[in-house]
Design a protein around this ligand. Structure first.
Ligand code: ADP
Ligand code: MG
Length: 677
């Protein structure tokens, strides 16, 4: 049986079983599902066709015995020369001293490695004695631990395939195999381990990519369904006519993306399930407008609304704009840490007595003293700035209020599908008409004086500027020192009427708020800051953003910073000071100067950095796939997602015999109950 332990195999003793266990391989089935992480393809091309820096395979005759040099503590370097097509090619191999004994003059040898066309040199990553013809064309390479070697592991897997291979069962329904023309599970497992040629391997990989995505999507969507259905009804019967009147009074008409997101939010409000939705959209795309309409809908249903934001300044800004927007349609109150004493008591009492309809505030909102009379809809802005606990507290403030999270950090579609599988996602991916695009320039450091003159000129026109100081990742202290130095430098450079402010993470929060207030009131014209510049702060009069050492930031971060300007009528500018060394860095700067679309940038960022880096390693909710690659295989991901949706919506797991195996697998593999909070 496939569930038997690996020790059932001949030649797998206790030590081998231990090594396998450290790879999470316990049963025969685990072993068979342990796929190579790459394949070396031995395909020989003429030297003249090899591309510089590509991974290549060459074969040739060893000209003389290798020479071995040691350096550092455990490091070594093996050098030899082989003759290929009558040309001498240098080979370098690192940290494989043992190979010296195996490689001898006059032997034929096949080398795989990185090609340096200028030096006619290959940096060998793997080699095989003998000419390429004598070898398998596609050679699986597994990741290993302990005493395992690739050869040993291959032997074990071969034995397992011979003895147990016929027992491999299909998980997927026939209809998918047919529709996507993918091989059955058994054939595909054989091909993954014993590939004969590239084409069948491609199809086997395609199969497992789809299988992994489908199972993952099913898991996520089942989870979401269970979460939804475990919460009790909160159907908000809002007044559509009133909402329409309200929207008609706006000085603009909603963009299509706003309309669509609003529709989704209203549907959630009306449905008996609790909303658990993320609203994504670039800075200035009009999320707040949509949120306001949602809040109003809830009020027409007789409920209260809450809007929680990360800072006091933001709270005040939102309070003002909502008060204006609603007029006498709703009673809006502000609750932050600095609302104290009698005033605070009054507000808290008003909330409890339902004499306030909407509460805007910071986390002061979720203190115990604040008791809502009937909270129907809670919105959390810049959700990543709050901890899970804080969000949960807000959610629990009412009888299952609907909850909407908003973020201006555009998350690539592929990541949103996976990372937020248990949340619904709405996206505002278009900007209101008539926005002036921020002009983005890439400058060298030696143009700094010209940049300062440019700032001075903008300031003389009554505008304002941010200057982001160089980032020093390893040291908070140096980071601040940099900001302080730059601050002094600018103060010295500018005439006295240009007031320069300083902002960094170590300032007490009262001071931070004070500096931001002064900047917002144009009492300061230039703000030098580390990257802590408050998210979402709206100073429409600021038109210049200068970012030092821009090459050190990811595209998404640069985009966030750039989003601090371009919020008013006037033309805004973003100046990136960067001297990137590598190609990736240059590519980043180029992309920044070419696009202002946050979603496009985030997709590019993902490609350049990979999913792990995107969210930061620790909090990355990004799953590890064995075969699938989220970026490369995003089409398969979308197919799997819509298949999973169909399966769940039509209860196929329960009702369709073809899905029996899949259901069994899911039940075995995942325990859903404990994932519920
Ligand atoms: P976000 O919260 O996404 O940063 P806001 O909702 O604050 O964006 O909108 C930014 C600005 O654009 C506000 O001044 C708002 O009044 C305006 N705005 C919002 N939607 C539209 C629209 N459809 N057409 C024109 N202007 C809009
Ligand atoms: Mg906003």
């Amino acid at each position: 049986m496939l569930s038997e332990p690996v020790t059932q195999l001949k030649g797998v003793g206790e030590k081998a079983a231990e090594d396998l266990a450290s790879l999470n391989i316990h049963t025969i089935a685990d072993l068979l599902d342990y796929f190579p992480y790459r394949y070396d393809v031995y395909e020989i091309r003429p030297l003249s066709e090899l591309i510089h820096e590509d991974k290549v395979t060459i074969e040739g005759r060893v000209v003389h015995d290798p020479t071995l040099t040691f350096y550092g503590r455990k490091k070594s370097r093996l050098n030899f020369t082989i003759e290929v097509e009558g040309v001498a090619v240098k080979a370098v191999m690192f940290n494989r001293a043992f190979a010296k004994k195996q490689i001898q003059a006059d032997q034929m040898i096949t080398l795989i490695g990185k090609w340096d066309a200028h030096r006619l040199q290959i940096t060998v990553s793997s080699y095989k004695l003998g000419a390429a013809e004598d070898q398998e064309k596609v050679n699986p390479v597994y990741s290993l631990k302990g005493d395992l070697t690739n050869i040993k592991l291959k032997k074990m897997i071969k034995a397992a395939l011979t003895e147990y291979g016929s027992q491999i069962i299909e998980l997927l329904p026939d209809r998918y195999l047919e529709a996507y023309k993918i091989p059955n599970r058994k054939d595909a497992v054989f091909t993954m381990h014993l590939p004969k040629e590239r084409m069948s391997l491609k199809h086997a990989r395609r199969r497992f990519t789809y299988e992994e995505f489908l199972i993952f999507q099913l898991k996520m969507q089942l989870l979401r369904k269970i979460k939804r259905e475990s919460t009790q009804g909160n159907s908000q019967h809002y007044d559509s006519n009133k909402i329409e009147e309200f929207i008609n009074e706006f000085p603009f008409s909603l963009t299509n993306a706003q309309k669509k997101s609003l529709d989704q939010i209203l549907t959630d409000l009306k449905s008996p399930y609790r909303m658990n939705r993320l609203l994504q959209g670039d800075v200035g795309s009009g999320k707040t407008a949509v949120a306001a309409i949602g809040l109003y809908a809830s009020i027409t249903a007789g409920k209260q609304g809450a809007l929680m934001v990360p800072t006091e300044i933001l709270a005040e800004q939102h309070y003002q704009s909502l008060t204006e927007l609603f007029g006498d349609r709703a009673r809006v109150v502000l609750l932050t840490g600095s609302v104290k004493g009698k005033k605070r008591k009054q507000i808290v009492a008003a909330v409890q007595a339902h004499e306030a309809d909407i509460v805007v505030g910071t986390h002061a909102l979720i203190q115990d003293e604040v008791i809502f009379s009937d909270l129907g809809f809670a919105i959390v802005d810049e959700q990543h700035r709050f901890g899970v606990e804080q969000r949960r507290t807000l959610r629990d403030k009412g009888l299952n209020p609907d909850v909407l999270f908003m973020t201006a950090t555009p998350i690539p579609r592929t990541l949103a599908i996976t990372a937020f599988g248990d949340m619904d996602v709405s996206v505002i991916d278009e900007m209101p008409l008539g926005r002036k695009e921020i002009e983005t320039l890439w400058a060298k450091e030696n143009t700094f004086e010209r940049i300062l003159d440019f700032i001075e000129k903008r300031v003389s026109e009554g505008e304002q500027a941010y200057v982001i100081s160089p980032l020093i990742e390893e040291s908070d202290k140096l980071d601040i020192q940099n900001a302080v130095d730059l601050f002094q430098q600018l103060q010295d450079y500018f005439p006295p009427e240009v007031k320069v402010g300083l902002m960094h993470g170590r300032l007490p929060s009262v001071e931070k708020e004070e500096v931001m207030k002064q900047f917002a009131a144009n009492e300061l014209q230039v703000l030098v800051s580390t990257t802590v510049v408050e998210v979402g702060v709206n100073v429409p009069n600021a038109t210049v953003m200068v970012i030092y050492d821009a090459e050190r930031f990811g595209l998404s971060q640069l985009h966030q910073l750039r989003g601090r300007v371009g919020r008013g009528e006037k033309q805004s500018y973003c100046i990136l000071i960067a001297e990137p060394k590598g190609e990736v860095g240059k590519e980043r700067m180029r992309i920044m100067t070419e696009t202002t679309n946050g979603f496009e940038l985030s997709e590019q960022d993902l490609k350049l950095r990979g999913p792990g880096d995107f969210f930061g390693k620790k909090q990355s909710g990004v799953p590890e796939f064995k075969v699938a690659d989220m970026i490369h295989d995003y089409r398969a991901l979308e197919t799997a997602r819509s298949d999973a949706q169909e399966i769940i919506e039509n209860s196929l797991l329960e009702n369709d015999e073809q899905f029996y195996r899949l259901r069994q697998y899911l039940e075995q593999e995942f325990s859903f109950a404990d994932k519920l909070d």
